[in-house]
Design a protein around this ligand. Structure first.
Ligand SMILES: C[C@@H](C(=O)O)C(=O)SCCNC(=O)CCNC(=O)[C@H](O)C(C)(C)COP(=O)(O)OP(=O)(O)OC[C@H]1O[C@@H](n2cnc3c(N)ncnc32)[C@H](O)[C@@H]1OP(=O)(O)O
Ligand SMILES: [Co+2]
Length: 160
């Protein structure tokens, strides 16, 4: 009994310590928006999801300001973003060169105030890959966080 009380107290102190070290929190993460897969052949990848797996897919969208072409696979509870390089300096070119058959590239989670989110990231030394958010595939502001500061995962935040 005494041992359990001591354990509970230590746990409470640890939780308090973790909360205190996050310098400023924003309104928090919202819904999961999409997982992105970089693919070497966009038509073939689209055909897999549409024709073989029977999913509803969007048209191809070229996004020159992001250096990618995208197709969204719509699932009942979320989306899969198929990504292929567009133009010369695509941010996904090196990733595809390393992962020849493609691979999971990033996850995207919604936030309700992207400016607040960016300020919180900066205060906590989490690097963003652009200074300012850009307009993403859904016409909403997005920002990417450096994978080396996010446990090896490229994290996209999109304003809800
Ligand atoms: C429009 C839209 C939307 O949904 O609205 C989108 O999604 S646009 C989606 C496309 N746009 C973006 O991804 C924009 C943000 N991404 C970037 O700026 C870039 O992809 C970087 C994340 C900086 C990586 O660039 P690049 O591969 O050229 O640089 P690099 O080879 O020096 O990589 C630095 C280190 O990060 C690792 N690294 C690279 N890409 C990674 C990824 N996707 N996930 C996890 N780690 C990754 C590399 O292996 C390397 O680690 P080691 O040193 O250990 O080997
Ligand atoms: Co994305």
């Amino acid at each position: 009994m005494f041992r359990f009380a001591r354990f509970a107290l230590c746990r409470q102190l640890m939780v308090r310590h973790v909360s205190a070290t996050a310098k400023k929190s924003f309104s928090g993460l919202g819904k999961f928006n999409h997982v992105a897969i970089a693919v070497p052949n966009l038509e073939k990848a689209t055909a897999l999801y549409r024709d073989i797996l029977g999913a509803k897919v969007s048209d191809v969208q070229d996004l020159p300001e992001h250096g990618v072409s995208t197709v969204f696979v719509e699932l009942p509870n979320t989306k899969i973003e198929l990504l292929h390089p567009f133009g010369e300096d695509s941010p996904i070119a090196k990733f595809l060169a390393k992962n020849k058959s493609g691979g999971i590239h990033h996850i995207c989670v919604e936030v309700n105030n992207i400016r607040e989110a960016v300020a919180t990231l900066q205060t906590n030394n989490i690097r963003t890959l652009t200074k300012e958010p850009k307009i993403g595939a859904h016409g909403k502001p997005v920002i990417f966080c450096h994978p080396k500061d996010c446990n090896g995962v490229l994290l996209e935040l999109e304003e809800a």
